[in-house]
Design a protein around this ligand. Structure first.
Ligand code: GDP
Ligand code: IMO
Ligand code: MG
Length: 426
């Protein structure tokens, strides 16, 4: 391998963190290219649980460089908190680099996110981590980037000019309290010396590594259906979590991306608002939530659960150009008598196999299911695909056939070691 991308193919929480941790074993560099601390990636190593929000999940391998790329919106307070947790566990954080082009997610972005969500008639159900407001400022061209922290007088001026406008918004539009500029500056003064040594130019570093044949792994957060352009807009996040996001978010040309690994959870989940065609708002959905421990790692919210939607996964393949699928959490389905897999949407009497752009249409869609028999045997210790129950193999083979991408790895438990390797991911 020299450049691999790992992306989510559904609504997030597919188990990307675990898979990145596994693939990072062979990586010289792991790079986050979009999103922020709205992500929650759980990685279990030797029974110990690590929850990462901003740091790439490859951070647990201390040898390679760990880069927060220009396309990320990075809250420095969360970053330091996460690094502290790792240090308390005896791990090194010396390999963490923040791109000088990365935007600083400011305290006023979090506040704005909270106020906007509370006031909205049609709530998105954001994580309230300030992601949308920070990206909005970036594209409106008044965001503050990490290199601007180097000259603190300049940084203070930038905060002053931004906060003047934000406070008008907070007080005059939302009738809320203004934010205290002095406190914000004092908080940054406290952390600045710890942040400065991590700030580096990263685009040339990443490209040089690829050109030298080093192994570079790009870690996507969120997922295709939360993509700002191709997800269930407006119920999406504010970045591009697809393989295309690597191009702009890490500064790497499309021709340099070799492998695109789509992580597919064996059923569907969604956190927050928005249409969800295969949702099970019944005891079956609760059964999946209980067996899969489907509660958000970032907000603790129960995840909405439903059957696997292959219309969605095919949409993800079209947009990402998947070369491999890693199927996760198939162990969670053990014990069900029957499994449904969605292979089409019935909308106003017509059957579609693509995701419509209009969310009202998606909301009206009825799932067309193919039904599979379930299996009862525990599969969490199995190491070879051929040792899985026949019903389980049929389910996996159907996914492969329908999407047209090989299932190269099957994850059968949350630990780093619970995997079935089917085909080498190059
Ligand atoms: P991410 O956001 O895509 O990284 O996924 P999360 O970490 O938010 O959610 C996935 C959850 O499932 C985590 O709690 C993982 O520890 C767990 N997990 C990952 N893979 C498997 C698997 O194959 N089987 C089971 N039972 N749990 C898994
Ligand atoms: P990982 O990386 C699941 C969802 C939120 C909300 C919408 C917008 O763990 O898979 P935002 O705070 O980004 O403005 O919220 O996106 N969302 C996620 N859902 N997994 C995630 O990340 C998510 N990150 C954001 O719940 O519906
Ligand atoms: Mg998650």
């Amino acid at each position: 391998m020299s450049s691999q991308v790992v992306v989510g193919t559904q609504w997030g929480d597919e188990g990307k963190g675990k898979i990145v941790d596994v693939l990072a074993e062979n990586a010289d560099m792991v790079v986050r290219f979009q999103g922020g601390d709205n992500a929650g990636h759980t990685v279990i190593v030797d029974g110990k649980k690590h929850v990462l929000h901003l740091l790439p999940s490859g951070v647990l391998h201390e040898e390679g460089a760990c880069i927060i790329g220009p396309g990320v919106v990075c809250n420095p307070f969360v970053l330091l908190e996460e690094m502290e947790k790792l240090k308390e566990g005896g791990m090194s954080t010396d390999h963490i680099i923040v791109s000088d082009r990365t935007h600083i997610l400011m305290p006023y972005h979090c506040y704005q996110d909270q106020l906007e969500e509370s006031a909205a008639v049609n709530k998105i159900g954001t994580t309230k981590k300030g992601i949308g407001p920070c990206y909005a400022d970036k594209y409106a061209r008044h965001g503050i980037r990490y290199h601007e922290l180097k000259d603190f007088e300049h940084f203070k001026e930038r905060v002053h000019e931004n906060l003047k406008l934000k406070n008008k918004l907070f007080t005059e539009v939302y009738n809320a309290e203004p934010m205290d500029e002095e406190k914000i500056i004092a908080d940054f003064e406290q952390i600045r010396s710890r942040i400065l040594p991590m700030i580096k130019e990263t685009t040339s570093v990443i490209n040089k590594a690829i050109d030298e044949g080093k192994n570079v792994l790009f870690e996507g957060a969120q997922a295709c259906m939360l993509d700002i352009n191709y997800g269930t807009y407006p119920y999406v996040t504010s970045s591009s979590p697809t393989s295309a996001g690597v191009t702009e978010g890490a500064g790497v040309a499309p021709s340099k991306i070799q492998t695109v690994v789509g992580v597919v959870k064996a059923y569907s989940t969604r956190v927050g608002e928005g249409p969800f065609v295969t949702e099970l708002e019944n005891e079956k959905g609760e059964w999946i939530r209980d067996h899969g421990f489907e509660f958000g790692a970032t907000t603790g919210r129960p995840r909405r659960c439903g059957w696997l939607d292959l219309v969605v996964v095919k949409h993800a393949h079209m947009l990402n150009g998947l070369t491999d699928i890693v199927l996760t959490k198939i162990d969670v389905l053990t014990g069900l008598d029957e499994l449904n897999v969605c292979i089409g949407y019935e909308i106003d009497g017509q059957i579609l196999d693509i995701v419509p752009s209009d969310q009202e249409e998606v909301a009206r869609a009825k799932p067309v299911y193919k039904v599979f028999p379930g299996w009862k045997e525990d599969i969490t210790k199995i190491e070879r695909k051929e040792d899985l129950p026949k019903e389980c193999i049929d389910y996996i083979d159907f996914i492969e056939e329908y999407v047209g991408v090989p299932v190269s790895m099957i994850s059968v438990g949350p630990d780093r070691v619970n995997n079935i390797y089917v085909k080498e991911i190059k």
